[in-house]
Structures are given as structure tokens and as C-alpha cells.
Design a protein around this ligand. Structure first.
Ligand code: HEC
Length: 159
């Protein structure tokens, strides 16, 4: 009987989340983002499928200046007007934590790959009608190639 009461007390304590044995949870410090060396960027670029493996990363960075007012590309970068884009290639559309997506993007049901991002950036309005990315699009195919390569190399975990 004493054991039953003891067990009940312990469970009660656990449920309340204030058991005396509970150690304070220390949050480990976030690892600093690892910046790729020039050689690693060259290797990562060469490993991309054509035509992205011959892209101009510097032009991609310049083109991305048009996205920066709404998007971050660092690990755990905050959401702004648009969702954080770190690791967006390969990520299921409309699923970045903490961002309030339009119903259109939430219901997209695919993972972003190069071809889909290319389409999206060419004309966000027609690719997924009803989305709320108010961006006119990048009409130049080379700019799209370069910015997609830039996202693949500089906004993705090092492989
Ligand atoms: C004026 C702000 C704005 C600009 C500029 C902008 N975006 Fe966006 N972007 C958004 C918003 C808002 C969404 C979410 C749309 C929705 O929920 O319908 C979005 C969504 C996206 C997504 C889908 C992300 C996901 O998690 O599914 C990608 C990829 C993207 N943007 C890439 C870009 C790129 C690349 C550029 C620059 C060439 C760019 N955006 C420029 C506001 C912007």
C-alpha cells in the first residue's frame, strides 16, 4: 500500500512537471553556422546536376539581393515577410516552422526541387495561384539558374 501511494505521488510529480529529481534543462548553445571555404564551394557547385554545375555563384548572390528583403538563408534564420530559406531545396513546400503560409502553399504537397523552384521564380503568381509571395518573378533563365545554384551551395548544410 505504501508503495502504491509512493508511486502515485511520483507520477503526480512527473505529470506536474516538477519532480524533485528533475535536473534543470540547459539549452546547448547553437552551433555557429559553418561557412564553406572557397574550395568547398567549388566542389559543391561541381556536384550539382547540369546546368547548375556551371552556374555563376557570384551572379546568384547578386540576384538573391532581390529576395533578401523577405528571406533569410542562414541556419535558424528568422522568418520575415517570407519563410527562412536555409535548406529549402528538398524541403516540403509550405512547411518551414513558425511561418504562416497561404493555403495554396500549405496544400502544395511537393518537395522543392530545382525544376519547381525554377518554375516558381519564373512567375510565382501562375505557378501556385493564390500564394502570397508578392514578387514579380525572374524572367532571365540564367539568373534563375544562378540563384538556384547559390541556394543549393550557400543555403544548405555542407555535405
Ligand atoms: C516581397 C517579399 C518576397 C520576395 C522579394 C521574395 N519572396 Fe519568396 N516568399 C515570400 C512569401 C510571403 C512566401 C510564402 C508564400 C505563401 O505562403 O504563399 C515566399 C515563399 C518562397 C518559397 C517557398 C518556401 C517554402 O517554404 O515553401 C521560395 C522557394 C521562395 N519564396 C524563394 C524566393 C526567392 C529565391 C526570391 C528571390 C528571387 C524570393 N522568394 C523573393 C515573399 C517574398
Amino acid at each position: 500500500m505504501r508503495q502504491v501511494i509512493l508511486a502515485a505521488t511520483m507520477i503526480g510529480g512527473l505529470l506536474a512537471g516538477c519532480g524533485p529529481a528533475e535536473a534543470p534543462k540547459a539549452t546547448p548553445p547553437a552551433a555557429p553556422p559553418r561557412v564553406l571555404t572557397a574550395a568547398e564551394r567549388t566542389t559543391a557547385l561541381a556536384a550539382l546536376p547540369a546546368p547548375y554545375n556551371t552556374a555563376d555563384l557570384e551572379n546568384g548572390r547578386r540576384v538573391f539581393a532581390r529576395c533578401r528583403s523577405c528571406h533569410t538563408i542562414t541556419p535558424n534564420g528568422p522568418n520575415m515577410t517570407g519563410p527562412g530559406l536555409y535548406g529549402v531545396i528538398g524541403r516540403t513546400a509550405g512547411t518551414h516552422a513558425g511561418f504562416k503560409y497561404s493555403p495554396a502553399l500549405k496544400a502544395a504537397g511537393f518537395a522543392w526541387d530545382d525544376a519547381r523552384i525554377d518554375h516558381w521564380l519564373q512567375n510565382p503568381r501562375t505557378f501556385l495561384p493564390g500564394n502570397k509571395m508578392t514578387f514579380p518573378g525572374l524572367p532571365d533563365a540564367t539568373d534563375r539558374r544562378d540563384v538556384i545554384a547559390f541556394l543549393s551551395v550557400d543555403a544548405a548544410p555542407p555535405t
